[in-house]
Ligand binder design. Structure first.
Ligand code: DGY
Length: 323
């Protein structure tokens, strides 16, 4: 039987690409630049599987291909809001993602951002590198104490829980949780956490708020001007989820006018574009979507995609099927 024809939309770790090439008839996007929607629509005519990632956009029109050959979109990443899963389903195309394997590293980046913004690490490093450090003094770059503070976690799936573990066990933080569904009492108890009824209830009670909910239309601008106003003036917002969850302009205003203390962001509304108003905010720590960016995790994501494909083409339901 002919090997399934598979397209990787971006370059992956070499170890995974090499293994994939042993099993599939693999095409790589050698230039490693994001493909356009037309490129992906055309690819649907000639590949059995397309392996997109967060830099690809697959809205409904991409699926309007009279004779699609593609049977599976095996996403490289846990978030899949960039794929119109209803359109995929209506065309009989299976969609999978890569949960679990990136939870720890994404929570590490959320905690990194939290610590950096609370302790003004970016400001301090910039000052030092620019030769502006005049020496130790009691009033220099005073930050906010993390240990024992209250952390609100919005979205209590795998990554939210990995964040709670770090915050509770590592820093003795008090954890408040907001989640679409009720979290099992034993899960809350594990982190000494309390579930609150709504985002509005959570925000005024927190020193730090960390977002771990999915992106997509349902959560677009979940954190908007009104909700930023509910946060304490000295509280910090951390976003490692998806850029669209936060109204970025409203956030920039809150940072500039000091209606919140600061923000740590790994994701943005129009990646890789980052607005001037955010770039100019000293009380924001900004990272270029590094959540899952460790060798171990990026390899594990690739092998998880491969497992989904092997199952699918072997006639089994892939373990990470989302549509
Ligand atoms: C994820 O897995 O969702 C990461 O943000 C990369 O897409």
């Amino acid at each position: 039987m002919a090997r399934p024809k598979v397209l990787l939309t971006r370059r992956w770790p070499e170890t995974v690409e090499a293994r994939m090439a042993e099993v599939f008839d693999l095409d790589l996007n050698r230039a490693d630049r994001p493909l356009g929607q037309d490129d992906i629509r055309n690819a649907m005519g000639s590949y059995d599987a397309i392996l997109p990632t967060v830099t690809d956009r697959l809205p409904a029109p991409v699926f309007e291909m009279p004779q699609a050959r593609t049977k599976i979109l095996a996403n490289y990443g846990v978030g899949f809001a960039h794929i119109d899963t209803d359109a995929a389903k209506s065309r009989g195309i299976t969609v999978t993602n890569t949960p679990d394997v990136l939870s720890e590293c994404t929570a590490d980046i959320a905690m990194t951002l939290l610590l950096m913004v609370a302790r003004r690490a970016t400001e301090g490093e910039r000052e030092l590198r620019e030769g502006k450090w005049s020496g130790w003094r009691p009033t220099h770059l005073i930050g906010t104490k993390v240990s024992g503070a209250t952390l609100g976690i919005i979205g209590f799936g795998r990554i939210g829980q990995a964040m709670a573990q770090r915050a509770h066990f590592g820093f003795g933080m008090k954890i408040l949780v907001q989640n679409r569904s009720t979290v099992a009492p034993e899960v809350l108890a594990r982190y000494g956490a309390e579930q609150v009824a709504s985002v509005d209830d959570l925000l005024p009670r927190c020193d730090f708020v960390s977002l771990h909910c999915p992106g997509g239309a349902a959560n677009r601008h979940l954190i908007n001007a009104r909700r930023l106003d509910l946060m304490r003036k000295d509280a910090f917002l951390i976003n490692t989820a998806r850029g669209e969850v936060v109204d970025e302009h409203a956030l920039a205003q809150a940072l500039w006018f000091g209606t919140i203390g600061g923000a740590g962001l790994d994701v943005f509304e129009r990646e890789p574009h980052v607005s001037e108003e955010l770039l100019g905010a000293d009380n924001a720590v900004l990272l270029p979507h590094l959540g899952s960016a460790t060798r171990e995790t990026r390899e594990a994501m690739g092998f998880r995609v491969m497992e989904n494909l092997v199952d699918f083409f072997g006639g089994k339901t892939p373990r990470d099927r989302v549509a």
